[in-house]
Ligand binder design. Structure first.
Ligand SMILES: Cc1cc2nc3c(=O)[nH]c(=O)nc-3n(C[C@H](O)[C@H](O)[C@H](O)COP(=O)(O)OP(=O)(O)OC[C@H]3O[C@@H](n4cnc5c(N)ncnc54)[C@H](O)[C@@H]3O)c2cc1C
Length: 327
């Protein structure tokens, strides 16, 4: 390698080292307002920042976690012995019906930008917290629409290959609350491209106001949204035929899914308190932090809910939220 390239790499590495903060409280970076401290923490704004942060972690034999809007995670109460990398790529531009956004842009900003440019397709996402990168990774969805349906392509950093690659929609392998990035932990989303449809501002605003109004009934206390994934209708049919029939009769079966919240609300658990955490009375798939809850409190409630659905309905819930720092 040329000597000036070596020097540049050395300077970039030194720059990252000086920007890594120590013992940073993570709770304020989450919507749950729960979590301990990160032993090491950095916000990355450029591709080089991201590469150098990952290389720093690798060279020092330290695990790393990606944190974005912190709206779908439960972070351990203890000190997280890892580098927490907060993705902060913030570019946002619109060309015709294509919106190009850094992964760290807040989803609401992307939705507002689309509305300003009379672009339709994201109205359902208004009011969902977090970033566009986090949304794409988990194929965020509501009202029977998922973000994957608007994705043209994404740029990911492949930690193993140490390079940025572009994946088209097909290669993102979107599924229910899933994508290739969720399956393959060596991928970090850096940028996303959305293809939207031209419409009128009036139509778009009416639509998005309709969805936002429904969200107004969601719990206001700190939470991470729905804790559990909904059930596949076929799984319920095989394991709990009576519940399947009831869901069908009551039009709870939608888009081949049966609401986990509906089933939890049929137990005696809504309102149940452990420490400072509570199974929400407003939306049974939410656990809320009503009084300085600890991750431990939430974990106990999650265990109780899972056990209850197994014993009462023979159904096994799966978490939608992601755990950070529990290994
Ligand atoms: C009140 C409320 C309502 C909600 N409503 C909905 C809803 O209607 N539909 C829905 O689907 N979700 C909903 N959510 C959940 C959440 O807002 C979304 O899943 C959101 O898209 C997560 O994005 P985030 O930036 O907060 O990700 P984070 O919570 O920061 O991270 C989630 C996971 O993704 C990983 N990750 C984040 N960014 C990247 C990246 N750039 N590259 C690789 N990995 C990454 C993290 O490591 C972590 O494992 C709701 C949450 C709340 C609190």
């Amino acid at each position: 390698m040329h000597i000036t390239s070596c020097l540049l790499l050395y300077l970039l590495a030194m720059n990252i080292k000086s920007r890594i903060k120590k013992n940073v409280a993570l709770a304020p970076f989450t919507t749950f307002k729960i979590g301990g401290k990160a032993k090491f923490f950095i916000e990355v704004k450029t591709r080089n920042d991201l590469i150098n942060a990952v290389v720093w972690a690798k060279n020092n034999g330290i695990n790393f976690y990606i944190l974005a809007g912190g709206s779908n995670v439960l972070i351990n109460d203890k000190v997280i012995n890892a580098l927490v990398i907060k993705v902060n790529s913030k570019n946002l531009e619109v060309k015709r019906n294509i919106v190009q956004s850094g992964a760290g842009v807040v989803l609401g900003e992307v939705v507002n930008m689309a509305i300003q440019h009379n672009l339709s397709g994201l109205e359902w996402a208004r009011g969902i917290p977090g970033t566009i990168g986090g949304a794409v990774r988990g194929n965020a969805a509501a009202f029977d629409v998922a973000i994957g349906s608007s994705i043209e392509s994404i740029v990911v950093y492949d930690v193993v290959k140490n390079k940025f690659i572009t994946l088209n929609n097909k290669n993102c392998r979107f599924g229910y609350k899933n994508s290739i990035v969720k399956e393959n932990h060596s991928l970090i989303i850096w940028e996303v491209k959305l293809r939207l449809k031209k419409s009128t501002k009036k139509n778009i605003k009416n639509n998005s106001n309709k969805y936002l109004a429904i969200r107004k009934n969601h719990p206001k206390l700190p939470s991470a949204g729905c804790v559990f994934k909904n059930f596949s209708a076929n799984y319920v049919k095989d394991n709990s035929p009576e519940i399947y029939q009831e869901a069908k009769d009551n039009k709870i079966l939608r888009n081949k899914l049966i609401s986990a919240g509906w089933l939890i609300s049929r137990t005696d658990l809504p309102g149940k308190v452990v420490g400072g955490a509570q199974v929400s009375l407003q939306h049974a798939n939410f656990i809320v932090n009503y009084n300085q809850a600890k991750a431990e409190d939430v974990i106990i409630l999650i265990g109780l809910i899972k056990q209850k659905l197994r014993t009462e309905f023979n159904l096994q819930l799966q978490e939608e939220i992601e755990y950070i720092g529990f290994e």
